[in-house]
Design a protein. Structure first.
Ligand code: FES
Length: 347
């Protein structure tokens, strides 16, 4: 059932007159859990399970969730695990031009993957989840380059699958090479899509890893290609320095927070509490607050859900996720913000 935003806004406005001191949200979620205005929500529509601890999951976004996205972007999913909301971002694997407004993701259980393991074990149709809107800079350009090289490893293939699917029908215009690594042959997912593009599959337990030298042998015209890469940080670091040495255009997607930055740290003042703490440039403001006894709300701790946003009263904060520097008066995501000098936070 699709709800018109106008109708819902009128419904909320009428409710507000009768529901004070509670918020209309407290009632509307009883009528339909996907109508919450406080946070974005969705419902698991279907779950397909595979023997290798992998699931394909389709989510129906609730009211207010932006459904347009670019192939290669991710959504944030939040779910209560052990009494606390845990967030993780997952690449969308369906294409943006599908008109059903649904989100498809693929999840594999991984060591220490709290939410991934929980979802693989327990996800079923009908469960409500919190959502963070589609985001991410890892997507194709328009127009497409003439030649592309995708280098992926493990579940890093997922954003590229959406890109490959979105390029069907335009393939005659672009020369595409795909090099994908898996540790074991049984780890391979999306075999059909990869076969369509005649991807080179490197089984690292048998053939060794894909080093830049291997890549140059597999793709002799690599200098003519724009490179998209997604996989473990070590692989991405190596590819970025290879691309820089060879003057290649490269775009990478990292799903872990890279703490390396020029931010020097400084003294953080939590103004409302009157608490000060001094930190380095790799400790986030959220972490610094927790260590100093200032508990601030948080969700994903990855810069996607916005639960941790606070006002920067004074000083400058470096955003580890975007690389931006935030000015006084900005709203900052404390989970990915580090102090670039002394700062004052409204917390
Ligand atoms: S906790 Fe989700 S954006 Fe900071």
């Amino acid at each position: 059932m699709t709800e018109s935003p106008d109708r819902l806004a009128r419904f909320r406005s009428v409710l507000r007159r009768f529901t004070t001191p509670l918020l209309p949200d407290d009632y509307t979620v009883l009528a339909n859990p996907l109508w919450s205005k406080r946070e974005l929500r969705g419902k698991i529509e279907s779950v397909e399970r595979f023997p290798d601890d992998t699931i394909h999951m389709v989510i129906r976004p609730g009211w207010g969730v932006p459904v347009s996205f670019e192939a290669g972007q991710y959504i944030g999913i939040g779910l209560r695990v052990d009494g606390r909301y845990t967030w993780r971002s997952y690449s969308l694997t369906n294409t943006p031009d599908t008109t059903d407004g649904l989100f498809s993701i693929t999840i594999r259980a991984v060591e220490k993957g709290k939410l991934s393991n929980h979802l693989v074990g327990t996800a079923r149709p009908g469960i409500n989840v919190r959502l963070a809107a589609p985001a991410g800079d890892f997507h194709l350009t328009d127009p497409l380059p003439e030649k592309l090289l995708f280098v992926t490893a493990g579940s890093g293939v997922t954003p590229v699958i959406a890109m490959l699917r979105s390029m069907e029908g335009r393939r005659e215009d672009t020369d595409i090479k795909v090099v994908h690594s898996v540790r074991h042959r049984s780890d391979l997912i999306f075999e059909d899509v990869l076969a369509d593009y005649d991807a080179h599959i490197q089984v690292t337990s048998e053939d060794g890893r894909v080093s830049p030298e291997v890549l140059e042998t597999l793709v002799p015209d690599f200098r003519e290609r724009v490179v998209y890469a997604c996989g473990p940080a070590t692989m991405l670091d190596e590819l970025e320095s290879w691309a820089s040495d060879n003057d290649l255009e490269i775009r990478v997607e990292r799903f872990t927070l890279d703490r390396a930055s020029d931010a020097k740290g400084g003294t953080i003042t939590f103004a409302k509490r009157g608490i000060e703490t001094t930190v380095d440039g790799a400790t986030t403001i959220l972490e610094a607050g927790e260590a100093a006894g200032v508990q601030m709300p948080f969700g994903c701790r990855m810069g996607i859900c916005q639960t941790c946003v606070r006002e920067l009263v004074d000083g400058h904060v470096h955003d580890l996720r975007t690389g931006d520097t935030k000015e006084p008066g900005s709203r900052i995501r404390t989970c990915v913000g580090v102090a670039a000098g002394d700062v004052v936070i409204d917390a």
